[in-house]
Design a protein around this ligand. Structure first.
Ligand code: NAD
Length: 406
């Protein structure tokens, strides 16, 4: 009797230790620009990682006739090389989230992940505004994907923490005259001579169909949190810059993607690549737009911090502003121009947006959790030298201008 009790205690103890030590995480969109380095970062940190990705991003490259500036390898090869250099195994499952619901549900039930990181959305604003079919594709893909993930967590009856990548763009890029808080706004309403206070979701003001899907995602999260008690963290991420992380640097076959084209290239990485080939930096309009930024390595660290600081079951959706610096676009262009000697070309702004805006935002929560940001000044030139210049012969200059207009 005593021996049986002893064995039972040991089995429970060992399984608890195992659960704490090897936590399983699904990375939806783990073959993409943010998802790939995050998968390696979490795998390196001891998590068991499963990537779910349908390669739709690689198919879009074929549609747009453009390739990542860096020569990215097929996912199977990336995973084999990661196993060789790290001794760690990452699995891949090809599911189109938002279409293959049963497969997604079965995956949750069989793998019982501790957390899900959701990157699997069409993420380019210009792409989402190219035509009505691109608008429809973006809405159908993004909203169905997010709703299916939430519905599958509920149906699985598992207590899975969902960490979603949203965008600072949901707040809009007007001038508010105040610091944008982390997701919720304190308001006061006067009623019958009495002032009542409450906190509401910060009013969204999307500037493209893509941003609109991220604003809608927020409502889905609020509903599933209230109705089904799901634990959700929504990361309102700034524009990601940089390419490599300490894990992707470990072998040339692990290199991350680098988009420079007019649809998927984000402003700072485009400037870095343009500086590398001495192509005048394409500033849209007056360059008076202020935007929030974060380095790709800090994206990975922030996601680990978010996983390790989950909300309680009774908490509302936890919203963090995942950004580390704010800059005006023309100041960035000048900084890079001064450092590299390349000129600046002011071109018509293809977007419907304020020519000049001010942006102030709070990012206290991630800093309190321990994020120590990489700053622009530290890494900028390394990026030009070690990535953009190295692969500059792969650049198709016809793909640099932003042709999508709205
Ligand atoms: N890159 C940035 O600067 C930035 C900034 C703010 C927020 N974000 C957010 O972070 C997330 C990831 O961005 P990214 O730059 O890595 O994008 P990405 O396009 O490089 O990666 C997205 C990945 O998801 C996959 N995917 C898309 N829809 C899918 C579906 N329905 N089923 C399965 N797989 C699917 C794609 O194949 C791709 O590999 C996006 O949701 C984006 O909105 C990115």
């Amino acid at each position: 009797m005593l021996l049986r009790e002893f064995i039972r205690f040991n089995v429970i103890f060992l399984s608890l230790i195992n659960e704490v030590r090897v936590r399983k995480v699904l990375i939806l969109g783990g073959d993409g620009f943010c998802g790939w380095p995050t998968s390696l970062h979490l795998s390196d940190a001891g998590y068991e990682v499963i990537i779910v990705d349908d390669f739709s991003r690689r198919k879009t490259d074929v549609e747009l006739e453009v390739e990542s500036l860096t020569p990215i390898r097929p996912l199977g090869e990336r995973l084999r090389v990661w196993r060789d250099v790290s001794g760690r195994n990452i699995r891949h499952v090809a599911i189109t989230i938002g279409k293959e619901y049963r497969e997604l549900l079965e995956l949750l039930v069989s793998e019982k992940p501790y957390a899900i990181v959701h990157f699997a959305e069409q993420r380019s604003a210009p792409y989402s505004m190219k035509s009505s079919s691109h608008r429809r594709l973006t809405v159908n893909n993004n909203l169905s994907a997010t709703n299916d993930v939430l519905a599958a967590i509920v149906e699985s009856k598992l207590d899975i923490h969902l960490v979603h990548l949203g965008t600072m763009g949901v707040y809009g890029y007007g001038t508010t005259g105040m610091k944008i808080p982390e997701g919720y706004l304190k308001v006061q309403v006067e009623e019958d001579g009495e002032i009542r206070g409450r906190e509401i979701l910060y009013p969204s003001n999307p500037g493209s169909i893509y941003h609109m899907t991220k604003a809608q995602d927020q409502l889905l999260f609020a509903f599933y949190n209230k109705n089904d008690g799901l634990r959700i963290t929504d990361l309102h991420q700034g524009i990601v810059w940089g390419t490599q992380t300490s894990q992707t640097r470990r072998d040339k076959y692990l290199i991350n993607r680098f988009d420079y084209d007019g649809d998927y290239g984000t402003v700072l990485n485009r400037f870095l690549m343009q500086a590398a080939i001495n192509y005048p930096l394409t500033v849209h309009g007056t360059g008076g737009q202020k935007r929030a930024f974060i380095h790709i390595q800090d994206t990975c660290r922030s996601i680990q911090l978010a996983i390790e600081h989950p909300p309680e079951k009774t908490d509302r959706v936890k919203i963090l502003n995942q950004m580390t610096e704010i800059h005006r676009v023309r100041d960035l262009a000048k900084l890079i121009s001064d450092k590299t000697g390349v000129g600046i070309a002011y071109v018509d702004n293809p977007r419907k947006e304020s020519a000049e805006n001010d942006l102030l935002a709070v990012n206290d929560q991630l800093l309190e959790m321990g994020l120590r940001p990489i700053t622009l000044n530290e890494e900028l030139l390394n990026e030009v030298e070690q990535v953009a210049k190295k692969y500059s012969s792969r650049c198709d200059q016809n793909k640099i201008p932003c042709l999508s207009r709205w």
